[in-house]
Ligand binder design. Structure first.
Ligand SMILES: C[S@@+](CC[C@H](N)C(=O)[O-])C[C@H]1O[C@@H](n2cnc3c(N)ncnc32)[C@H](O)[C@@H]1O
Length: 372
């Protein structure tokens, strides 16, 4: 196997490693783990499948070392990161779009003044006007240049004061409205930092492109959608094509990817508060039957796509319900495979710990299956 050296993805010295880190996503795989697992369980030219792709580290890692891949993600924030890192638009076209949309901001003064208190405290006037212009004018679903620009704006939408567009906030998780307002007041931060948005985003774009853009396999599909609906369409023409299924499904009752990312989701046209998503698969996966149905449907469809000789690698929550449900479903659909279950190496906080869960049952498990 003639795979790329590790330094392609570690550190910040290559185009691949720089783009691989885009952007902050909740419960993301450590890059090194994604890269090494892809290397270990697949070969050049193989097809990899990830039906719960998050920020697409699995598919991206494969794509830079000659694998083909299909990743599916229901959350547009993760999808935009995946799409952009795999195929960023040329820098000059993105800068042109930035200039155009920045010029539009003059039309959004009144709209900015009418925004709720949270937004006025989170962003200075110029940034908020700019964001409103971006929100209405970028066609990020259909244009590559707009998708790239939007992805970069999403990365820096919130985070440390003066290192992002916002007042002090976590980078990976947007806090609630009342919590944030109270926190800013208590810490004498009612006034957001004065940031010049055009210059700020331009600098971030130029940094990201400084080493070039990654060389990715053109046979890489980054799909926005619900895997339960998308996979049956792939089954029609892709049966028996995939050598490696590598994924991490949502964990039952742990994370709500939408409310944790609500501010970025607002940026993409969503509501201006975090408590609104009741749609199936977009909440916190509290209903055990819905959770079972999702995994059962998705892994059932995936099993039809696998090659005769293939591997399955699923990282999931160690707690009983999620772990046992996942093992049961995988055993049912991948009946000719051997199965190893082992605790995942802890190299970061798990989904559970980030949520402040202090239960003794911590960590994740790796379920590794093989059909020879
Ligand atoms: C544990 S995270 C995956 C994180 C990923 N391994 C990474 O490194 O970024 C699970 C992902 O599944 C996505 N998801 C949940 N239900 C889905 C569905 N029905 N179809 C596609 N994606 C879904 C969530 O939005 C979330 O991004």
């Amino acid at each position: 196997m003639n795979d790329a050296p590790e330094n392609m993805i570690y550190g910040h010295s290559t185009a691949e490693s720089r783009w691989a880190r885009l952007g902050p996503y909740y419960a993301m795989f450590p890059l090194k783990f994604a890269f090494e697992t892809v290397k270990k369980y697949s070969n050049r030219g193989d097809y990899i499948l990830d039906p719960f792709a998050g920020r697409f580290s699995t598919i991206f890692s494969g794509s830079i070392i000659g694998r083909k891949g299909v990743g599916i993600e229901i959350n547009p924030v993760g999808w935009l990161y995946g799409k952009t890192k795999t195929r960023p638009a040329p820098l000059q076209t993105v800068l042109k779009r930035l200039e155009t949309v920045y010029k539009e901001k003059g039309h959004y003064k009144k709209a900015m003044e009418e925004m709720p208190e949270f937004f006025r405290m989170c962003f200075c006037d110029e940034v908020l006007q700019f964001l409103l212009a971006v929100r209405e004018n970028l066609n990020w679903r259909n244009r590559e240049d707009d998708a790239t620009l939007m992805a970069i704006i999403l990365v820096y939408l919130h985070g440390k004061r003066c290192q992002s567009l916002s007042n002090q906030m976590r980078m990976t998780k947007a806090m609630g409205i009342n919590y944030s307002i109270k926190w800013w007041k208590e810490h004498n931060m009612e006034n957001p930092p004065e940031i010049a948005p055009y210059e700020f985003i331009k600098t971030k774009l130029e940094w990201r492109y400084k080493k070039g853009i990654p060389e990715t396999n053109p046979d890489t599909e980054i799909i926005l959608g619900d895997s339960a609906e998308v996979l049956p369409q792939i089954v029609g023409h892709g049966s028996g094509k995939f050598s490696f299924l590598f994924t991490s499904p949502p964990y039952c009752s742990v994370t709500n990817y939408y409310s944790d990312q609500w501010l970025r989701y607002w940026m993409l046209g969503g509501a201006d508060n975090p408590q609104y998503l009741k749609e199936k698969y977009k909440g916190r996966f509290i209903n055990k039957n819905d959770y079972y149905d999702l995994l059962n449907t998705v892994f059932g469809q995936c099993s039809k796509l696998m090659k005769e000789k293939s591997f399955v690698y699923v990282r999931t929550d160690i707690r009983q319900f999620t772990k046992e449900t996942t093992i049961d479903i995988l055993t049912k659909h991948f009946s000719g495979y051997s199965m190893d279950v082992c605790p995942a190496e802890i190299s970061r906080k798990t989904q559970t710990e980030v949520m402040g869960n202090k239960s003794s049952e911590k960590g994740e498990v790796d379920i590794i299956m093989e059909r020879r």
